[in-house]
Design a protein around this ligand. Structure first.
Ligand code: SF4
Ligand code: SF4
Length: 202
């Protein structure tokens, strides 16, 4: 992706990419060394706390305006949101290039592991499902479950994984609320996830 580009400015991420070890201080420094070894000039670098936030990106771009003048590409070690926020706020037309592949929006456990827990569906059912998301934790995204493939409490797609619908049932049953599952959930309204989505406040 950097072929034809010689002077590179690096942008990392102080949040998720730091946690993932794909775009923190250490990885930005390692990338700079790697690229120098391939004959590239590293004209500067910045690590906004959250490069998906336009205000932070604007501030960093302004602070590094001189270095950016010398750059013919910006390599962003962040998720696709960070890459595109840099793209939207860089005014000189410099090539913006992604260094990472983005997998999913995640919650982080205390050991630093990432887990996909929500598919951002816009029709939350966690109030009915003991705060476990069937849209995401069931590989079929079933809003009424379990499916007929459940096997001794395990998921037919992955035998090592508990069927989330069994977990939901067990937890509700402990509280005497399993009757709530008799109510059939309507199919999802996929218009709510039609892309690109936006929330305009100003
Ligand atoms: S139902 Fe699941 S995917 Fe939808 S908003 Fe709630 S947690 Fe997210
Ligand atoms: S076994 Fe359970 S988790 Fe697996 S696909 Fe069926 S309903 Fe979903």
């Amino acid at each position: 992706m950097l072929e034809g580009h010689r002077a590179i400015f690096l942008i990392g991420c102080g949040e998720c990419a730091t946690q993932c070890c794909t775009g923190g201080e250490r990885e930005v420094a390692a990338m700079a060394q790697l690229l120098k070894g391939h004959g590239k000039d590293i004209v500067g670098s910045a690590i906004p706390q959250a490069p998906c936030v336009a205000a932070q990106v604007k501030k960093e771009l302004a602070q590094h305006a001189k270095a950016l003048q010398a750059a013919d590409a910006v390599l962003v070690l962040a998720c696709g949101l960070g890459v595109q926020t840099v793209k939207d706020n860089e005014r000189k037309g410099i090539a913006i290039i992604p260094a990472c592949d983005t997998l999913f929006g995640a919650s982080l456990d205390s050991k630093g592991n990432f887990y996909e827990k929500c598919s951002l569906c816009g029709e939350c059912v966690l109030d009915l499902t003991a705060a476990r998301c069937p849209v995401t934790l069931c590989p079929k995204g079933m809003r009424n479950g379990p499916c007929s493939g459940v096997n001794n409490g395990k998921c037919e797609i992955d035998n090592d994984m508990d069927c989330v619908w069994v977990l939901i049932y067990q937890e509700l049953a402990q509280k005497g609320k399993e009757g709530a599952l008799k109510k059939i959930q309507k199919p999802r309204n996929f218009k709510k996830t039609a892309k690109p989505r936006k929330l305009i406040f100003h």
